[in-house]
Design a protein around this ligand. Structure first.
Ligand SMILES: Cc1cc2nc3c(=O)[nH]c(=O)nc-3n(C[C@H](O)[C@H](O)[C@H](O)COP(=O)(O)OP(=O)(O)OC[C@H]3O[C@@H](n4cnc5c(N)ncnc54)[C@H](O)[C@@H]3O)c2cc1C
Length: 372
């Protein structure tokens, strides 16, 4: 059994790692496209399903899988930037925070939802003590189970670990060989690479990769522009992740002095992976408005990534009816660093014809989705 994985983002890298670990001859192909989501991702890990998740078992299994995987990579001496720092929802609206606390405390009490830890209400002033650029009048809700990881380092660690176990790499733009009767491999730079199964983990580019074979999947690029700030002389290593209650803004920190500011969510930018004046200005203005202590911080870096967003908000995982031999694994949108390592592991099982270990019906590539 030979498997080719197209895409070395966090999903494809994880698939290749899990295959190589099982001794399966594996080739990982990547075109190093500008706008890949994984190296741009902020890095917050939310290890539990959100209310309304159509398949909460998947997220619960992912929450157990991730720390074990991070330990395995650490045992191999490979850095991922993973740390269970805890996290908090913050704000000044007491009623909204009480409601958030109630929702999270309810979730934490459900059987199997151990990933959240013991949720607690934080008094006014306490969030600023834990994340010192926040305003003093901010209160919050503490969730010990939140974590962070560095997407670029984690994907690189998975690729290194896969190579150490025999996986091969190929650089270039892959096209699928075959058609409705079955895919038999990929063509890269004029060379045909045969395979018994192909995992397509091409992120936002998955739809254009499958389109020549007449298969449509509901994934599109959602641009995220994100800024890393530095606070020289401040040790940010132990700062928790922050979610601003009632919106989509967040912040998190990395050692030695980095704070990552909430990225834009731009569904209409297509494959344009530029950082724009308007996008970066919005990120900075929002960040200083929410955390005035950042006013004097250094703008260390801007990054742009195209999140592989699904039109109905559900990931895409499985074999399209019109494409035997292919497993499609993408569509994780804003949660791919949290769920991508497990999506890759499940894709590896599917490529080997094994039971995925959870109900994947809500994620089937052929499910009906709203029109574009
Ligand atoms: C600004 C921003 C912030 C984010 N923050 C978080 C967060 O805090 N927490 C979280 O859980 N998630 C977050 N995400 C989401 C997460 O980063 C993505 O969901 C995840 O990285 C997607 O991984 P992927 O492997 O599916 O795709 P990608 O990382 O995009 O990888 C796809 C790969 O496929 C390759 N490729 C494509 N087509 C071909 C081809 N034809 N041939 C060869 N190679 C090909 C590309 O070169 C690329 O390397 C964030 C994303 C962004 C942009």
């Amino acid at each position: 059994m030979r498997v080719i994985v197209v895409g070395a983002g966090i999903v494809g890298a994880s698939a290749a790692y899990h295959l190589a670990k099982r001794g399966v001859p594996t080739t990982l192909v990547d075109a190093r496209l500008r706008g890949a989501a994984t190296p741009a991702g902020a890095g917050i890990v939310f290890p539990w399903p959100f209310p309304g998740d159509p398949a909460p078992d998947f997220a619960l299994q992912a929450a157990e899988h991730l720390p074990a995987l991070m330990r395995d990579l650490a045992d191999d001496g490979l850095p991922t930037g993973y740390a269970r720092t805890g996290g908090m929802s913050v704000g000044t609206d007491t009623d909204a925070l009480d409601a958030e606390y109630g929702m999270l405390a309810d979730l934490a009490r459900r059987p199997g939802y151990t990933g959240l830890g013991e949720v607690a209400r934080l008094e006014r002033g306490e969030p600023a003590r834990r994340f010192p650029v926040l305003p003093e009048d901010t209160a919050g809700v503490w969730v010990p189970g939140m974590a962070r990881l560095d997407g670029a380092r984690t994907a690189a660690a998975l690729v290194d670990a896969a190579e150490q176990r025999g996986a091969r790499r190929a650089a270039g733009d892959a096209a699928l060989i075959g058609g409705a009767s079955g895919v038999t491999g990929v063509r890269v730079g004029g060379t045909d690479l045969p395979a018994d199964a192909v995992i397509v983990a091409a992120g936002a580019w998955t739809a254009p990769l499958l389109a020549p074979l007449g298969v449509r999947v509901p994934v599109y690029p959602m641009r995220g522009q994100i800024v890393h700030a530095a606070l020289p002389g401040r040790a940010t290593r132990d700062w928790p992740a922050v979610r601003f209650a009632g919106g989509t803004h967040y912040m998190l920190a990395f050692p030695p002095d980095r704070v990552v500011l909430s990225g834009t969510r731009e569904p209409d930018a297509g494959f344009d992976a530029r950082a724009t004046v308007g996008g970066v200005a919005r990120v900075l203005a929002d960040a200083v408005g929410l955390a005035p202590g950042l006013e004097g911080a250094t703008v260390a870096e801007t990054r742009v990534g195209l999140r592989p967003a699904a039109r109905d908000g559900r990931q895409i995982l499985g074999t399209p009816a019109g494409l035997p031999g292919v497993v499609v694994a993408t569509g994780l949108g804003a949660n791919g660093l949290t769920l991508g390592p497990y999506q890759g592991a499940v894709a590896a099982r599917l490529a080997l014809g094994e039971d995925p270990g959870c109900d994947l019906a809500p994620f089937h590539p052929d499910r009906p989705v709203p029109a574009e």
